[in-house]
Design a protein. Structure first.
Ligand code: ADP
Ligand code: MG
Length: 608
């Protein structure tokens, strides 16, 4: 198969409006100066410095929730427990062996990360309500654990801890801690922004949209979710570490379920999936909480935690009328970043399949039962290399099910499937994708809210290694450029490079199908499986698709497609397999199929 490099005129992004970019920059610099300058002014009372410190600590925890809940869709009501693990681990090491501050940070990160890994391994497979309930359960369990261990001072906790000391500088006052806390917030926020703007980040954003999707381009979904869980816990651990040195004491109270709920409220107020929304949410909730704590008791004439009632009501109103939180409103003040141009880049590695020269795909007596329904019944056929084979049949014939058996989305109840000489029945979808198979879905699966280009770049997942740490530190730019360039090339092939910066869900359904084909092509597959690729396309678009598929075959790619449109298939396929009620009734060249009496009878109707 030869690689085709097409010049990408339309890939160059529209020129950014110079004034917009300048205003963005000016706003960013003003914000950084404001945050950095706050403690320098002695006129700012200690009270506000302390407020700002707590906002910073909360923001760190909420940053973790942005990744966990906002991006990956995993609900957690247990983040405060991870703050607690980080805090107790640091405090314990500091009070027992007098360890330096950097060592207590590392120790806290290791202990929290380890606990999160174990808890994640047990709970992360659960979904929806079950996961949320499980997080509440271990959050309570850890809270009572902190209060019961004698070495941790039970409910009194540990006190009289040493002050923070880094590089020989002691940070005794809140004012001194301020710089460190906000440097941590800035650094972690920057790292998270970088991560989300990279291949691992794209994969994380795709997780919410189902396992079938992420596994189809080779991602181990459970491992990825567990990693996110650990990362979110580590951010909470950093907050716990800072808390210990700010308070110079630690007890279980701030790590209970109440605190965890407050973090979730901050997340929602800030806007769920926005990195800097975490800071906004933490600030708004903390400031409002303090105001309510003083105003409400004097208004009502009695003491009590009335602010929690107001928070509850506020949350309901917010979820009803502004489910996106405060961030979208603030976002409007900042001009949009112009889309970045796709730069020319060396191609990614090709993925060549080594096979013996026999058929590329072999199904032998494959069957699939759903309860009482035999959806696929003893189906056998082969697909030779560099051929287009079409699987046709009336609705409900079992075509999509056969497809899902081949790609590993479903496991076969009977029979064998071989890809080249490798048996693949029983392998998970991601392993099959790794062998060089790519697919599209009958019901299009794109990640909404992400650009067309980013959606297609997901397909390059297996063609280059990606690392969360390298991405967070922005050391992955060269391979990122390669991925985006490959994605743009794939879009050019399906004729959609003009729309690469559009949001994926804004496209017409037919175009979304083409984006899926581009995503599959970006993985450089040996075998491409397309489920009803022509559905929703107009006549001219169908012709363009047919010539694209023929060109791919000419380059050596093998294709298996499920299709309804007989004309489309007859002019294109080398071989047609006909299924009816789960059984294969015919298999031959288009001419043979057209003459086949059983096909005319079953598929076209007896008088066709
Ligand atoms: P086709 O793609 O040829 O239209 P399908 O493979 O989607 O047909 O479906 C074949 C049969 O299997 C249908 O009767 C369908 O209702 C059934 N079926 C498909 N998927 C499932 C499933 N996950 N659970 C139960 N029944 C299913
Ligand atoms: Mg189908």
């Amino acid at each position: 198969m030869k690689s085709v490099d097409i010049p990408l005129q339309s890939a160059v992004a529209p020129a950014s409006s110079g004034r917009g970019a300048t205003r963005r920059r000016a706003l960013q610099i003003a914000l950084i100066l404001l945050v950095a300058g706050l403690p320098l002014s002695a006129a700012i009372p200690e009270f506000w410095i302390s407020q700002a410190n707590y906002i910073g600590l909360y923001a760190l925890v909420v940053l973790g929730l942005v990744l966990l809940t906002g991006v990956a869709g995993l609900t957690s009501f247990g983040q405060a427990a991870f703050v607690g693990i980080g805090a107790y681990a640091s405090a314990y090491l500091s009070s027992t062996v007098g360890a330096p501050s950097w060592a207590t940070l590392l120790f806290g990160l290791v202990v929290t990360g380890g606990c999160a890994y174990v808890i994640g391994a047990i709970t992360i497979r659960m979904s929806g309500h079950y996961l949320a309930l499980a997080t509440i359960a271990w959050s309570l369990a850890l809270y009572y654990l902190f209060g019961s261990i004698a070495a941790l001072g039970k409910y009194d906790g540990l006190a009289n801890l040493a002050p923070m000391s880094l590089f020989g500088i002691e940070l005794r006052s809140g004012r001194a801690m301020y710089g460190l806390i906000w440097a941590c917030v800035g650094l972690c926020g920057w790292g998270l922004c970088n991560l989300l703007d990279s291949q691992p980040g794209r994969v994380m954003r795709a997780l919410k949209h189902g396992r079938l999707l992420t596994e189809s381009f080779g991602v181990d979904t459970v491992a990825c979710k567990r990693l996110i869980f650990v990362l979110a816990a580590m951010l909470a651990s950093v907050a716990g570490w800072l808390y210990v040195y700010l308070q110079r004491a630690v007890n279980p109270t701030p790590f209970g379920l109440n605190a965890s709920l407050e973090y979730v409220i901050m997340l929602i107020v800030g806007g769920m999936a926005n990195v800097w929304g975490a800071v906004v949410g933490a600030a708004l909730v903390k400031l409002l909480q303090d105001q309510l704590q003083t105003v409400l008791p004097s208004l009502l004439g009695m003491a009590g935690n009335f602010e929690l009632i107001v928070f509850g009501a506020m949350l309901i109103v917010l979820l009803r009328f502004a489910p996106q939180g405060a961030w979208p409103y603030l976002r409007r003040l900042v001009p949009d970043r112009a889309p970045r141009p796709v730069l020319a880049s060396p191609p990614l590695n090709r993925r060549t399949l080594h096979h013996s020269g026999g058929p590329l795909l072999t199904l032998t007596d494959v069957g699939k039962r759903f309860g009482g329904l035999q959806a696929v019944d003893g189906v056998s056929f082969q697909v030779a290399p560099a051929r287009i084979v079409a699987l046709i049949g009336p609705n409900g014939a079992g075509k999509s099910t056969t497809f899902n058996l081949i790609t590993g989305a479903l496991s076969a109840s009977a029979g064998q499937i071989a890809f080249g000489t490798t048996r693949i029945d029983g392998l998970p979808a991601r392993e099959i994708a790794r062998l060089g198979m790519a697919r599209t879905f009958q019901h299009v699966k794109l990640v909404p809210g992400m650009t067309v280009l980013d959606n297609v770049a997901l397909g390059t997942q297996l063609r280059a290694p990606s690392s969360v740490w390298r991405s967070a530190l922005r050391l992955d730019r060269a391979v990122e450029r390669q991925r985006l360039h490959e994605a743009a090339q794939a879009l050019k092939r399906v004729g959609l490079d003009g729309l690469m910066h559009a949001e994926a869900s804004s496209l017409a359904l037919g175009q979304q199908r083409l984006v899926e084909i581009a995503r599959a092509l970006a993985s450089d597959p040996s075998l491409l499986l397309l489920d009803e690729p022509a559905a929703g396309l107009r006549h001219l678009e169908k012709q363009a698709l047919a010539s694209l598929l023929a060109a791919l075959r000419a380059e050596g790619m093998t294709l298996l497609l499920v299709e309804h449109d007989m004309d489309f298939v007859m002019g294109l396929a080398d071989r047609i397999v006909v299924m009816v009620y789960g059984k294969k009734i015919a298999d031959g060249s288009p001419a043979e199929i057209q003459r086949h009496p059983a096909v005319r009878e079953a598929y076209l109707g007896s008088d066709a």
